[in-house]
Ligand binder design. Structure first.
Ligand code: BGC
Length: 491
């Protein structure tokens, strides 16, 4: 009886387009597919890159002028000296920022560089991403305890010294010092209410105590800041760091006098590292589509991180799923009904989308396999598979071009966007994140767009380097340069 009622209810709820399709078509309505495709391609294609870059520069000014002056937080990191390569000793880092976290041990040998590094990686169980602060920090501290308990005797510290840790915490944090700061809000699928507004170093410290780990947190850094520090350690011209991964963000070196919202005496170096939190950038020039709006509305953080939702790894596959869902629903792309798997949010990850985008087989076999394995859709035609590759291209291209425009915005703010006769400074941008590292089409498009935007001459002076694992090593370096034992050592 209940079954009949459900079926009856479902039939009543069927949309007009579904009824029409059942009665008139059993095959794909290609004219409708094309209509949806063309509209999407058109909307994504009209990006006024220079306007986006200018808007980014403007928001940077506004965010530096006063707290809450802009959606761009432009956070003061309390870091005014980047690593010098004089750092020595054994330091630890904890890198928490996405679905995985890492624990590292780095042995620094001054000018001779990094003598050794070891790390373990673990994934964060999904329930901990939306649970309580204590559960998350206890889990991390327990992994840290395992790592330390398994280390060999050669890592024993001089008597009376505690181990020191750089904590890479890749979420927006209002720092109160180099080693403390309160969480402003979560991003990237994390949502743990009782942690918001709390000092994340205090949370970690308490969890370490509960798990019996004797470590002192010497530096709290965003992953962009860690990447900047790690990048600078290798190359003195590194002045900007950009993460294109699950989430996205940028940090750069700002002149202290250009930060009106920072009061008090300027640092000796005259510089300050700023964590932009550019994922929250918003501008009327962003080419938003209805898919972006519904993705945002149904997300854990509606109205926030709009730029991130258009360009970063957590969302690209989901945008693709939404377009395919509409094509399935309104144009019967996969038959008379929308395949149930396709209706599951986030079922299509960006790495899967990337694999389809890079499919070079003549009959698009990778696309066929992914559709079958992930969405349980079989018997697709080559035409349908080609359509999917083209959609991947539209989504990745839009994201990559927007990311390039964001970088141009930073270069403009730093006044490094034009070649100067005879004295153009070299700007090296440290890049990291899975999207940048693994999604070749995205990366190439981003790099080409940046080149196109700055022109041939300036391109000679701007270099993007992949700073592999920079954020973890950077945090260890910053733990070293902010060690509480430095004065005792006479450094
Ligand atoms: C966070 C940033 C972080 C970026 C990259 C964003 O969602 O807000 O703090 O740097 O992701 O991991």
């Amino acid at each position: 009886m209940a079954k009949v009622a459900v079926i009856g209810g479902a039939a009543v709820m069927a949309t007009a387009s579904q009824i029409e399709r059942h009665s008139m078509h059993s095959s794909i309505m290609w004219f409708k597919v094309e209509e949806i495709y063309n509209e999407f391609e058109h909307k994504c294609g009209i990006i006024k890159l220079k306007e986006v870059a200018d808007a980014m520069t403007m928001e940077m000014h506004a965010g530096l002028a006063c707290e809450d002056g802009s959606k761009l937080k432009m956070l003061n990191t309390h870091l005014n000296n980047l690593p010098t390569s004089d750092e020595e000793g054994v330091y630890y880092a904890l890198d928490l920022g996405g679905t995985n976290f890492r624990v590292l041990r780095v042995q620094l040998a001054g000018k001779s560089g990094i003598k050794s590094q070891e790390f373990v990686e673990a994934s964060i169980p999904p329930h901990l991403m939306v649970g309580t602060s204590q559960a998350l920090f206890d889990y991390i501290a327990a992994e840290l305890a395992k790592f330390v308990n398994n280390e060999s005797d050669k890592f024993h510290l001089p008597k009376g010294r505690r181990r020191e840790l750089g904590f890479t915490f890749s979420f927006p944090v209002m720092q109160t010092s180099i080693a403390s700061g309160t969480l402003i809000r979560w991003t990237k699928g994390f949502s743990i209410d009782d942690a918001v507004g709390q000092d994340v170093v205090a949370e970690l410290t308490q969890a370490m105590k509960r798990q019996g780990v004797d470590m002192h947190v010497s530096a709290l850094v965003n992953d962009t800041v860690g990447t900047l520090a790690g990048g600078r350690y290798d190359n003195n011209d590194v002045a900007i760091a950009v993460i294109l991964g699950t989430g996205t963000n940028a940090a750069y070196v700002e002149r202290a006098e250009s930060i009106p919202k920072c009061h008090g005496p300027p640092p000796k170096s005259g510089e300050m590292v700023i964590n932009m939190e550019w994922g929250n950038f918003m501008s009327k020039h962003l080419p938003l589509t209805s898919y972006d709006s519904s993705l945002d509305a149904e997300s854990l953080n509606p109205g926030e991180q709009i730029y991130e939702k258009m360009i970063s790894g957590m969302y690209l596959g989901e945008i693709l799923r939404r377009v395919l869902c509409r094509m399935a629903d309104e144009a019967a792309l996969f038959g008379d009904t929308v395949p149930s798997k396709l209706k599951t949010p986030f079922v299509l990850s960006t790495p899967e989308m990337s694999a389809m985008h890079h499919d070079t087989s003549h009959d698009l076999q990778v696309v066929r396999d992914k559709l079958k394995d992930i969405l349980e859709i079989s018997n697709t035609s080559l035409k349908t598979r080609k359509l999917i590759v083209n959609l991947c291209n539209i989504i990745a291209t839009r994201g990559a071009r927007l990311a390039a425009a964001g970088i141009l915005g930073i270069l403009k703010k730093m006044k490094r966007d034009t070649a100067k006769k005879g004295e153009t400074p070299k700007t090296v941008i440290a890049m990291d994140g899975g999207l940048y590292e693994h999604y070749t089409e995205y990366r190439t498009c981003m790099e080409n767009t940046l080149h196109e935007l700055v022109g041939d001459e300036l391109s000679e002076h701007i270099k993007l380097v992949h700073s592999n694992d920079g954020s973890g090593i950077g945090a260890a370096l910053l733990a070293a340069s902010h060690s509480r034992y430095l004065e005792a050592d006479g450094s």
